[in-house]
Write a protein that binds this ligand. Structure first.
Ligand code: NAI
Length: 330
């Protein structure tokens, strides 16, 4: 199969190379079709996407994306927001799993955060009322809320998970979060075998820190999802090992959660783990569970052993050496 690879800005090309090398080493049936996008491409061409990128995703449907920065100056759009809107990837899915070899406060965490990706305060409807007063509109629709809640319950059903927790603040935002919660309750009736739990967002943050092991699948509107998913990444050692998938009915775009790390770009010391884990997530969704687990296990062994890892996790190796050590394990 063909899939689109967007290396992106900063460390993006270095970690994308790691994915390409591993695809070859594992002899996977994936031909990467590479397109440029982001601030560096815009600085050269005044466009944020290489021509053909949108058509290629439309044709191949699966994409893996490195981090992209938004070009400075007016008139440029964020690549992430543009892709999300163009391909209607309404669900942002972030698995949060403990990773052997990475120091973190908790062990055996296995959560999945599912965030609504298209509306809420991220709709961008905000304006100045006067010089000293601004207004932002929190737009919530029943259609998008039911769609994301159904996605969460379907995910739970298909992955043999037992509980879906709705994160909300409907006690205060009675109409907007009230509508999200009502949608959750309606959808939950179709899944009598899966426990439906409701937790107010502030309490949720505390519960996640005190007893993260009691949660399973979490579903939230856009803003709470954005914040709580980073909290969850912190439970398992930070953003360095956090992958995500942007899922639509027809298109899927996977990426690392971290940014383009301009401070270390071009030095061949970037940690490729998060993009590799995003690739593993893509393999899993393609039905290649064995390949996904094989890649995760090899990465985990190299990290746990600690000899060939990059400086951000306490090593002295380059991105290339880290990648080659994973390939040796594979
Ligand atoms: P960042 O995640 O790029 O960097 C934060 C810190 O983490 C830096 O010290 C960096 O060196 C380190 N770091 C990040 N990824 C690393 C890796 N793979 N290996 C080793 N160290 C790593 O966040 P920052 O500095 O806030 O953003 C930089 C640029 O990235 C901005 O232009 C931002 O807009 C963009 N960005 C893009 C995202 C995306 O495309 N999904 C997500 C987040 C930020």
């Amino acid at each position: 199969m063909k899939a689109v690879l967007i290396p992106g800005d900063g460390i993006g090309p270095e970690i994308a190379k790691s994915v390409e090398d591993i695809t070859k080493a594992m002899n996977l049936d994936i031909e990467w079709i590479t397109y440029q996008a982001g601030a560096e491409y815009a600085a050269k061409t005044k466009e944020v996407f290489e021509p053909g990128l949108v058509d290629a995703i439309t044709e191949y449907k699966w994409a893996l994306k490195g981090p992209t920065a938004t070009p400075i100056g007016t008139g440029f759009r964020s690549v992430n927001v543009a892709l999300r809107q163009k391909f209607a990837t309404y669900a942002n899915v972030r698995p949060i799993r403990s990773f052997k070899g990475i120091d973190s406060k908790y062990e055996n965490i296995d959560l999945v955060m599912i965030r609504e990706n298209t509306e809420d305060l991220y709709k961008g409807i905000e304006y100045m009322i006067n010089d000293n007063m601004a207004n932002g509109i929190k737009l919530i629709t029943r259609e998008a809320s039911e769609k994301i809640c159904r996605y969460a319950f379907e995910y739970a059903k298909n992955n043999k998970r037992h509980k879906v927790t709705c994160i909300h603040k409907a006690n205060i935002m009675k109409f907007t979060d009230g509508l999200f919660l009502d949608s959750f309750r309606n959808v939950s009736k179709d899944y009598p075998d899966i426990e439906a739990q409701e937790v107010i967002v502030d309490n949720m943050c505390m519960q996640l820190v005190i007893r993260p092991e009691t949660f399973d699948v979490l579903v939230a509107p856009n803003l709470y999802g954005d914040i709580v998913s980073d909290l969850c990444a912190g439970l398992v050692g930070g953003l360095g090992f956090a992958p995500s998938g942007n899922i639509g009915d027809d298109y899927r775009i996977y990426e690392a959660v971290h940014g383009s790390a301009p401070d270390i770009a071009g030095k061949n010391i970037a940690n490729p783990s998060a993009l590799l884990l995003a690739f593993a997530l893509m393999l899993e969704d393609l039905g290649q569970l064995d390949n996904a687990n094989h890649l995760r296990e090899a990465l985990s062994q190299v990290v746990e052993e600690g000899t060939y890892v990059t400086p951000d996790i306490g090593g002295t190796s380059s991105t290339t050496e880290f990648t080659n050590a994973i390939i040796d394990r594979l």
